[in-house]
Design a protein around this ligand. Sequence first.
Ligand SMILES: *Cc1c(COP(=O)(O)O)cnc(C)c1O
Length: 402
Amino acid sequence: MAKNSSRPVGRHFLQIPGPTTVPDRVQRAISQPIIDHRGPEFAKLAKRALDGIKTIFKTANPVIIYTATGTGAWEGALVNTLSPGDKVLMFETGQFAALWKKMAEKLGIVPEFIASDWRHGIDVKALEARLKEDKNKEIKAVCVLHNETSTGALTPIADVRKAIDAANHPALLMVDTISSLASADYRHDEWGVDVSVGGAQKGLMLPPGMSFNAVSDKALAANKTSKLPKSFYAWDEMLAMNKVGFFPYTPATSMIQGLVVGIEMLHEEGLENVFARHERLAEATRRAVKAWGLENLNKNDKQLSPTITAILLPEGHDADKFRALALEQFNISYGASFGAYAGKYFRIGHLADINDGTLVGALGITEMALQVAGIPIKKGGVQAAMDFLTSQHGAAAKQAAE
Ligand SMILES: *Cc1c(COP(=O)(O)O)cnc(C)c1O
């Protein structure tokens, strides 16, 4: 084979579970001339963004927009509602849950971690049992991830809410929906979530650098008594300024221009269609994995992620080496692996502005790269994915004709 040229040809396959590919329309919106962040044009734009983002979280309450990545909004959720020494209950779904827990410790909160093997998502019954044991109601918040991006597990948030209610526990419910918002069904108000943490660079199709806190009335009440130090992430000043269309400091005006267009695109497609598309692409990916004879890291088929699939390689094969080979030979990026499974799996992101063709291309590359890397697989993964996608489109066409 000829030596690879230094110029990668064609579009890079960015198959990581975020940041995702930014659609041209969003890119153009971001590229508009800079506007005055205290002027009337910005006030109109801010209103569209602040109203629009509520429709994505499905909340009637205000949503705080931070100029920070998701990690910043994690901090916002904790420091605005809790006090030093407060106990919180967290669940070890994977790497991102572990990182949020580490942050809580650094902030002087006392997290209790329900341990897990990273392969089964959340155990709602264990959560409920722990809350029932907490007779003195010392646990101030339950913090879970809607979608654990490191393992591909989707938490049933409505069930978590039911578990908290069944234990008759007053803890706040905080949910990280960074890698599921605008890709999987999410209902901040209906599910009784107190703080939802979102990010821009995944389902919302924006570049990294913006994140969100959706809040409940109970969270706003907790904010009044919370004693953790807060300044940049403080809700009160932000909410007061947002009411008149402005921010306490210079907001990321260009990103807000992009956000408005991203939200517009999601509604043009229809949120239900967006969710169905993610389900379809995820199922096609899982069928490819199965046909290759490989294993999904997540063994709980009731909590499978619609946005990312983590694929274990057979014993003795290095997933990081595989990713490097695929990047060099096929110009594709996959997500990395973490923790006890570092080097043992790779992740395919199938979220945001992605269609069936892009996914089939990515799976085709994956099937080739696995073979080039000498990883023993069965052929036919791409065919299995295409057969599934074809059946789904066929069913939809039939329904439309009736
Ligand atoms: C991406 C991600 C984060 C971290 O967000 P950053 O934007 O990298 O700070 C947190 N939680 C989940 C579930 C994520 O997918």
